[in-house]
Design a protein around this ligand. Structure first.
Ligand code: GLY
Length: 258
């Protein structure tokens, strides 16, 4: 079986100060968030993901959203330059973690900005959101890093939500799982299943027909179960209060060492 590794990062005690851009700020219970994060990590572990913990960044409120700091394609880890200045130092520690598992490391440079939450991979197609966090130079640098390795990069405008993956992820067969009201250009996705719950558009592919998703999208869970998927839910309410979702809590690496 190809190896499955997931990078995760323990929540900062300052999580409640995390950035909020498109929603009302809610009161975050950090103790509850830590328990929810532990359950999330356990769900990955239970489905054969080897967990790699990046050193915590306690001074960075949003550091638990480790997916924003690195984009993986084949054996290359592209260390991002997060669009929010307050998040820039989060990349420290991630670089060491990906190098330690044997990835080649590349970087996004100024003036580029790129958040991993804007990057959706569907096979060798890489959709990248041009959002409030990812700029045109970031899109170009992603293209320059990965197209020579065989990827096709498709840029998508994102204005209604924080990141591209706040509104769309992909099912194992490549169908986009999409909350259409949150997407600027749905027509960029050749085949999509629309869902009525925004949190329902975010799934982590656990392997086979198993999906991990937020407990806050029960109608979407029913739709996906009815389509034959095995859906595992986790309560991530404290992270949703600071615009997090199931994807941004980990970086999944599949088959790098197969
Ligand atoms: N709170 C997550 C972010 O704004 O990046």
């Amino acid at each position: 079986m190809p190896s499955k590794k997931a990078l995760v990062r323990r929540p900062s005690p300052r999580l409640a100060e995390g950035l909020v851009t498109h929603i009302e700020r809610g009161k975050v219970d950090v103790g509850r968030a830590v328990k929810q994060w532990e359950a999330y990590v356990e769900a990955l572990r239970k489905h054969d993901w080897e967990i790699i913990q990046v050193d915590p960044a306690d001074d960075c409120p949003d550091s638990v959203f480790v997916e924003d700091t690195v984009v993986m394609y084949k054996n290359v880890a592209l260390i991002t330059r997060p669009g929010a200045k307050s998040r820039r130092t989060e990349t420290i520690g991630v670089e060491e973690a990906v190098a330690a598992v044997g990835c080649s490391v590349n970087w996004v440079w100024e003036p580029g900005t790129l958040d991993g939450g804007d990057v959706l991979k569907v096979g060798d197609t890489i959709y990248v959101g041009r959002s409030g966090r990812t700029n045109a130079a970031g899109v170009q640098q992603l293209r320059a890093a990965f197209e020579p390795l065989g990827a096709r990069v498709v840029a998508a405008p994102v204005s209604k939500v924080l990141h591209l993956k706040s509104a769309v992820t992909a099912l194992p067969d490549g169908t986009a799982l999409a909350h259409i009201p949150s997407i600027d250009r749905p027509s960029l996705f050749p085949r999509f299943l629309s869902v009525t719950e925004e949190a329902g558009s975010s799934v982590v592919l656990l392997g086979g027909n198993k999906l991990l998703m937020s407990a806050s999208a029960p109608k979407t869970k029913d739709v996906l179960t009815d389509l034959g998927y095995e859906v595992i839910t986790v309560d991530i309410s404290e992270f949703e209060k600071v615009e997090g979702c199931v994807t941004c809590l980990s970086v999944r690496m599949r088959g790098l060492y197969a």
